[in-house]
Design a protein around this ligand. Structure first.
Ligand code: PLP
Length: 409
């Protein structure tokens, strides 16, 4: 990394006011980015500006503030469309987050699923990409099948190919595992699914903030992510869908905004995307996600990715030298997330002790209990890196873990 790049990265860190604080008397080291990223000043200011100057309800008003709020909301939709290279902005639906997006699809595709149809997910899915499908299966009599992984945490593509058949109606797979850091070969997964005319859904909650996504190139039917994991606010998420399928499936919530005409006898639904956005939307959240996309677009994404992986490799090299450590997730294609367990120690105890040193990591099952069962562990300690972290923070993490081991053993 040359001097200019170092300077760029240091300046990025200065954009995040929350990082400049003490926790338990120590500098905060925030390594819980897979759970939620911190927010740059530009995102915080965009939300503040919106509420100070432009807020009203959207789509319904003729007055100036309503027109401005509508413009701000729809402008954010255009930014998301460009961010994903969606062919147009009406294929972008704002939701509460990834979980809400999965629930929307799993509810809305009900009319396309019949008894004994099969839904495929993978062994490394987040609960939000498991439970909604279990519910769909209960309602329809469809069967949920799980694509296995190997010990390294890599999907077994040959097994997947053997599982898919004319009975398969939908495949839903995570792009980047929040627990293992595995980057799945979604291009292959989608290609194989397409050869059987199977609907494809990609959970991009972890991926969208880390590398560019091109939904047209991927050719998936649905792609989803959450604002709060890409430096944006909580409570706002995205569902991209192909126009043909969005037109074919039913809305899953009903009320204002999503209608064209209502009588007591019957209702006609609105056009896309409004058909799927019942009620007053999270306008400030949309403004915030728009600002987070502007922030990302101003970054040198290759440099950021390279830097995050440099931090990952440095941390991994140092962690692997700790006696009794077992890294969970050793995929050849991996992102800047490291999960680990230490023999004889509970992840929560490690997390609690290193918090005393100002270090924020996540401990537990990371909403992937079946994956924990696969590895036969109750949970892991997970350090997940972002562009504002640095090598000194990795050193602090290592020292704190060594201290925790000393105290707990
Ligand atoms: N999918 C993955 C891979 C995740 O990491 C998460 C959150 O951690 C989710 C889905 C759910 O996202 P949200 O809680 O923002 O709805």
């Amino acid at each position: 990394m040359n001097k200019k790049h170092k300077e760029i990265l240091e300046n990025i860190r200065n954009e995040f006011p929350i990082l400049d604080q003490k926790i338990n008397g120590e500098d905060l080291v925030y390594l819980d980015n897979a759970a939620s990223t911190q927010k740059p000043k530009s995102v915080i200011n965009a939300i503040k500006d919106y509420y100070e100057n432009d807020h009203s309800n959207v789509h319904r008003g003729v007055h100036t503030l309503s027109v401005r709020a509508t413009e701000a909301y729809e402008n954010a939709r255009s930014k998301v469309a460009d961010f994903l290279n969606s062919p147009n902005k009406h294929q972008i639906i704002f939701t509460k987050g990834t979980t809400d997006s999965v629930n929307l699809i799993a509810s809305s595709v009900t009319n396309l699923i019949q008894e004994n149809d099969e839904i495929l997910i993978s062994s490394m899915e987040h609960h939000s990409n498991i439970v909604p499908w279990q519910e769909l299966c209960k309602r329809t009599g469809a069967v949920l099948k799980v694509i296995p992984i190997n010990e390294n945490g890599e999907l077994l593509i040959d097994e997947y190919e053997g599982m898919i058949s004319d009975k398969t109606k939908l495949v839903s797979v995570v792009h980047l595992s929040n627990t293992l850091g595995t980057i799945n070969p979604i291009e292959d997964i989608i290609r194989i699914a397409k050869s059987y005319n199977v609907i494809t859904m990609i959970d991009g909650a972890q991926a969208a903030g880390h590398f560019p996504i091109d939904v047209q190139e991927l050719d998936c039917d649905f792609y989803l992510f959450s604002g709060h994991k890409i430096f944006g606010p909580t409570g706002i998420g995205v569902l991209y869908g192909k126009e043909e399928i969005l037109n074919k499936i039913d809305p899953y919530q009903f009320g204002g905004e999503m209608i064209l005409k209502v009588t007591f006898e019957e209702t006609t639904y609105n056009d896309l995307p409004h058909k799927f956005e019942a009620g007053t939307p999270n306008i400030a959240g949309a403004v915030g996600i728009g600002a987070s996309i502007d922030f990302i677009n101003n970054l040198d994404r290759d440099l950021c990715h390279q830097y995050e992986m440099e931090l990952h490799d440095y941390a991994l090299e140092r962690l692997e030298k700790i006696e009794g450590i077992n890294i969970i997730g050793k995929s050849a294609n991996k992102s800047a997330i490291i999960s680990f367990v230490i023999e004889g120690l509970h992840p929560h105890d490690i997390g609690t002790i290193i918090n005393q040193k100002g270090i924020a990591v996540r401990t537990g099952h990371h909403c992937t209990m079946p994956l924990m069962d696969f590895y036969g562990i109750p949970g892991t300690v997970r350090a997940s890196f972002s562009i504002y972290n640095n090598h000194a923070e990795v050193d602090k993490l290592i020292d704190a873990i060594k201290l925790a081991i000393k105290m707990l053993k």
